[in-house]
Design a protein around this ligand. Structure first.
Ligand code: SDX
Length: 377
């Protein structure tokens, strides 16, 4: 009698490989990037320092950071060809489809596209880090009949993004909250979109293909798309006072409550306290506490009734709304950050590669003869 085969649907609890990029510790509800606690990075480092850390394994010194920032600034502009393509996108296309397509086009026009050497992949990663925000901002403005705003190489990464979206740079409190969200969203071990990028890389395909796959996976509401779904959910609730009744009605329909639950964290997502702090700062800066007050009620009832904790998308949604971003931009902003984690995993997979090809346990019909067409009833 052959022993029972252990099929793990969704790869729940399966260690598919080793990785040194980040570590999630559910038992202590903590997360480290290359050994640094993410909360410490949010307070002591900027997003571009974290991008350098994820790709190089160490935080940059001042000279290394200046060189990295200069390389990123030099690559922010989109080609005239890509700008023409963006202008032809359907006005109502979802921005995640737009950025997925834009990244694919960036690959087609990249002279090093087919070169999967570590050095070339690193150069392409910088180009993607620099250009994805430009494409996200441009498609958002084009969808509203506005002209794109060219990137400003004199501005730091986060300030430049606001400049390209809104035409101005907000107060430093807003920039700090955005920078923190970018650090928190950057990396999270073998989440679905990162694993998709690793699968593509394992076939020796190029980084643009891997990132395109990551974007496609991140769009889903069970994954990155949840931050948009959270804001749509919060806007459905008439007031904080109506939140509990609204939630209990969803319990009756066994509906998912977006922004809650996590495959790995079962006692809370380590990133939530930090993101919640900065979402509350945004509520103070804007003078609108409705969304965080409603969120507090939902989190309390979900914990009491379901023992389910919020994940990062739950505070990130209202934070981005309070920063003034259109809701369909929330997951593309997640892409602007997660390109750093995805690229780190692409480099790691390629450096010690084995084609990713799991097995499937067959549960279909036993073998049978083909009946000729004329005899099929
Ligand atoms: C991200 O993996 C990562 O690291 C992802 C991420 C990253 O940084 O890359 O952290 C980013 O994707 C965060 C997750 C964002 N998604 C959502 O907020 C969507 C809502 N969440 C659920 O869909 C769910 O919690 C998942 C998909 C996140 C996790 O699903 P699992 O691990 O398969 O958990 P499960 O479905 O087995 O849940 C166990 C139980 C189930 O009830 P029963 O069938 O046992 O009765 O908890 C229930 C679930 O129905 N449950 C929920 C719920 N999440 C779990 N019930 C209501 N609302 C929810 N949100």
């Amino acid at each position: 009698m052959s022993e029972a085969i252990d099929v793990r649907k969704g790869l729940v609890g399966v260690y598919a490989d080793e990785s040194s990029v980040s570590k999630v510790m559910p038992e202590t509800n903590s997360l480290t990037y290359r050994g640094y606690a993410v909360q410490d990075l949010c307070e002591e480092a900027s997003f571009d320092e974290v991008a350098y850390l994820l790709w190089n394994g160490e935080l940059p010194n001042p000279q290394q950071l200046r060189e990295f920032q200069a390389a990123e600034k030099a690559e922010r502009a989109l080609s005239p060809a890509l700008l023409r393509v963006l202008r032809d996108f359907p006005r109502d296309a979802h921005p995640m489809d737009a950025i997925r397509t834009a990244v694919s086009f960036m690959g087609m026009e990249d002279p090093e596209c087919a070169d999967i050497s570590d050095a070339a992949q690193r150069r392409k990663a910088v180009r993607l880090l620099a250009r994805i925000p430009t494409a996200v901002a441009a498609t958002n403005r084009l969808s509203k009949g506005l002209d794109p705003i060219a990137p400003d190489a004199s501005l730091p990464f986060c300030e430049n993004f606001f400049h390209m979206v809104f035409g101005k740079v907000p107060a430093k409190e807003v920039i700090k909250a955005f920078d923190v969200s970018m650090i928190l969203y950057a990396e999270h071990t073998f989440n679905a979109s990162t694993f998709a990028a690793r699968v593509v890389t394992s076939t020796m395909a190029d980084i643009h293909g891997a990132i395109t796959a990551g974007i496609a996976a991140l769009k889903g509401p069970l994954h990155g798309g949840a931050n948009e779904a959270v804001m749509h959910m919060l806007k459905e609730i008439p007031s904080p006072e109506a939140a509990e009744a609204w939630l209990r009605e969803r319990f009756d329909h066994k509906a998912l409550v977006m922004g809650f639950g996590h495959r790995v964290y079962k006692n809370g997502d380590s990133r939530v306290p930090t993101m919640k702090k900065y979402a509350e700062i945004m509520a103070e800066v804007v003078g609108d506490k409705r969304w965080m007050n409603t969120s507090a009620v939902l989190a309390k009832v979900m914990l009491e009734e379901k023992r389910i904790h919020p994940n990062l998308d739950f505070p990130a949604g209202p934070a981005y709304y309070l920063m003034g971003f259109d809701i369909p931009m929330f997951t593309p902003i997640f892409v602007c950050s997660r390109i750093t984690g995805w690229a780190a995993h692409v480099l790691e997979q390629a450096a010690d590669n084995r084609l990713i090809r799991p097995l499937s346990l067959y549960n279909g019909l036993e073998q049978r003869p083909v009946v000729p067409l004329a005899q099929r009833g």
